[in-house]
Design a protein around this ligand. Structure first.
Ligand SMILES: [Zn+2]
Ligand SMILES: [Zn+2]
Length: 320
């Protein structure tokens, strides 16, 4: 160590700076005299030098086959300037075409996706019109309508169905019923599900978060016309036309489903606010652990344990 320090002092700073070390392979001029060197960045001192071939390997590793990726010096952060030989006008043109295609493709793909969704929505709208007003009536209706009106109007049918599905009127009804039951206790006898006292000290704020589920909303909204026509055919066969029948079927379906949902949510609320966390049977941390018994006498400890368990249980029963 001491020798080395002395040596650098003797050599002086100039000699040390003239010596080149590759920061990739740690080799110096003496190790390979023919290898070409490059100082590609702002780094100073001996670490500014690197072998051309070593840096090429480093760049390859960073770019991972994509020659458009920019590579920076890991020390000073300067971006390496990589020069390519001039390969002629054709190569320049092909390069630009390639870059253009690379940039444009995401937009084209997005357009295809949006277009497919749009045409799916148009088709769904047309099918729904025929389902609701009847096949023949639907066909004549759409043949008579302006094509522009159809192209704009038909895709809004699924959109409105989805938006309508997001309206949670059941929650509003539930809140309204709860409020009116508190004001008019006589309602409790009409609605047994609401005959329930809110227990004090129980947190009901954390009860049942009901987040909007995208796939559920989509399935529910898009199946509504089919359900409406089915219910209409089953329960309102005497309706004067298809549209009235479907509307009657849809409204009654939504009403019955909504009432079930209100009932279900209220019962869930009652269930949650009455829940209780049960003692773990024979919890070793609550019962004082008995002293380690002599190995010849295991049965008495077992009896002792079971007796504490029974007394624990009877305690909880009393508190109930
Ligand atoms: Zn090297
Ligand atoms: Zn650098």
């Amino acid at each position: 160590m001491a020798d080395e320090v002395q040596q650098t002092e003797i050599q002086g700073p100039n000699d040390e700076e003239n010596k080149r070390y590759c920061w990739v392979c740690y080799a110096s001029d003496e190790d390979d005299e023919t290898a070409p060197w490059v100082k590609p960045c702002k780094c100073r001192g001996t670490t500014k030098w690197v072998h051309q071939s070593c840096l090429q390997r480093w760049v390859d590793e960073k770019q991972k086959g994509n020659s458009t990726v920019k590579v920076n010096c890991p020390q000073c952060g300067v971006e390496y300037f990589i020069a390519f030989p001039n390969m002629g006008q054709l190569m320049l043109f092909l390069d630009r075409v390639d870059a253009f295609i690379y940039k444009v493709c995401p937009f084209v793909a997005a357009g295809v996706v949006v277009g497919s969704i749009y045409w799916t929505a148009v088709t769904y709208g047309a099918v729904t019109v025929m389902q609701v007003v009847g096949y023949q009536e639907g066909m004549t209706l759409m043949e008579q309508a302006d094509p522009l009106v159809l192209l704009v109007g038909l895709p809004t049918i699924p959109i409105f169905l989805i938006l309508g599905k997001m309206v949670r009127w059941e929650d509003k009804v539930l809140k309204l019923i709860r409020a009116s039951v508190q004001r008019l206790p006589i309602l409790k006898y009409l609605l047994p599900a609401f005959r329930y006292e809110e227990p004090a000290g129980v947190s009901t704020t954390a009860v049942i978060s009901d987040p909007v589920n995208a796939t559920r909303v989509l399935c529910g909204a898009l199946s509504l016309p089919t359900l409406a026509t089915t219910v209409g055919r089953l329960f309102f066969p005497a309706a004067q036309d298809n549209l009235t029948r479907t509307l009657l079927g849809g409204v009654s379906f939504l009403l019955v489903k909504g009432l079930f949902k209100v009932y279900y949510k209220q019962q869930q609320h009652v269930m949650q606010s009455r829940r209780k966390i049960i003692d773990y049977p024979q919890d070793p941390s609550t019962t004082p652990s008995p002293p380690p018994p002599p190995p010849s006498l295991p049965p008495p400890t077992r009896r002792q344990n079971s007796s504490t368990y029974i007394s624990n249980n009877s305690e909880t029963e009393h508190s109930n």
